[in-house]
Design a protein around this ligand. Structure first.
Ligand code: FAD
Length: 337
């Protein structure tokens, strides 16, 4: 079984699910990593260290900036000449686009956001969540090669074997770009909830601490946001200690407590960390669909009937302004920090 694995990176910064895809490919047989872009030699070497049997490196100025036309054409040209059985890509905005375009060239289909994949003869059965995670679907693709984008953190990341060598073959880019990139500017916030192993989230409850006296001169709304910022400071302390990221409910975002980049849920990010700690989040279905794939869910809420407790493995009924700092202190001791 020969599998192509597209290593998605931005200027050398690799999407971790690319390595997870490589580990999955190795479980089926031969894994050939595809690395596109200029100056991506380190990415190619890393692909070998993460277990690729070979790397096809398209180091071409036509691929300096991601453009769907050239990236998809290069992928489909390589697939046509090497005939892999399977093409895996991590699920990202870029790969959704280029995989769809390459699939048209190859007259096949793409199984997107796959959380499970098993070989079935010369075909594959994919498992993927649909309808905001309410149903789990099993799908097969009758076209060849089978293409699938895999969900981040759904498959184990292989161990890296530093210094492991292998063949890196230079290949040409294909296709013609009809768009050009004028430049990049950093977004206001670079929150990467998708790759976080631990997420500590705050909801509307983070603003509910009447015993905190806001600075003089604030109106009611300003006092609410100020209180919420004190609450999020506690949440950030815990998240930082655990090496995790800060999430939020939509009520917290809409309330102006924190930016949208942190929102988890139906209209925010869908996350699957090892540990999700929800603080002052009620557990509305639109929030749950974004975090129910977390391996362990902990809920801290004043209300024992809050729906979040139905999906939580561990629940603490209490005031987050007391529970979160106590938890942070206990974890500091436990971790010897
Ligand atoms: C189309 C649509 C899309 C949506 N998308 C999303 C989405 O992507 N993400 C999302 O989160 N929501 C989304 N929502 C909104 C969702 O329905 C809820 O309104 C929202 O999740 C509620 O946020 P919350 O739990 O923070 O607030 P609340 O429901 O107000 O809950 C606050 C909780 O905090 C607890 N609490 C209060 N004070 C404390 C304290 N001191 N200590 C401990 N606990 C305390 C309360 O008991 C309560 O359970 C969407 C809604 C719609 C209609």
């Amino acid at each position: 079984m020969k599998t192509f694995v597209y290593i998605d990176h931005f200027k050398g910064d690799v999407q971790p699910a690319s390595w997870e895809a490589l580990g999955l490919a190795k479980s089926f047989g031969t894994a050939i990593a595809l690395v596109f872009g200029t100056g991506a030699d380190d990415v190619a070497k890393a692909a070998l260290e993460y277990g690729a049997d070979e790397v096809l490196l398209a180091d071409d100025s036509a691929l300096t900036d991601y453009r769907a036309e050239t990236y998809a054409s290069t992928l489909s040209a390589l697939a046509s000449s090497h005939s892999p059985n399977l093409i895996l890509l991590p699920t990202t905005a870029r790969t959704r686009e280029m995989a769809a375009m390459a699939a048209i060239d190859l007259n096949t289909g793409v199984l997107t956001d796959v959380s499970g994949l098993e070989a079935n003869g010369d075909s594959f059965i994919a498992t993927r969540p649909i309808y905001e995670g309410k149903l789990i679907e099993k799908t097969v693709c009758s076209g060849k090669p089978v293409m699938a984008t895999i969900r981040g953190r759904a498959f184990p990341k292989p161990n890296r074997e530093e210094g492991k060598g292998g063949t890196i073959t230079k290949v040409a880019a294909a296709g013609e770009a009809i768009s050009s990139v004028e430049g990049y500017s950093a977004a206001e916030s670079a929150v990467n909830l998708g790759d976080a192993g631990v997420i500590v989230s705050g909801g509307r409850g983070v603003s509910n601490n009447p015993s905190l006296t806001p600075p003089a001169g604030m109106d009611e709304k300003q006092a609410e946001v100020w209180r919420a910022q004190q609450g999020f400071a506690l949440i950030t302390d815990l998240a930082t200690l655990l090496g995790g990221a800060v999430g939020a409910s939509r009520a917290a975002v809409d309330g102006g407590y924190i930016t949208y980049a942190h929102q988890v849920g139906q209209t925010g990010k869908v996350v699957s960390p090892d540990l999700y700690i929800a603080c002052g989040v009620s557990g509305a279905i639109q929030h749950i669909v974004g975090m129910r794939n977390a391996k362990v869910i902990v809920a801290i809420n004043k209300d024992p009937d809050a729906p979040i407790f139905k999906v939580a493995r561990y629940g603490v009924v209490g005031d987050l302004f007391q529970v979160v700092p106590a938890l942070t202190e206990a974890m500091k001791k436990k971790l010897g920090k």
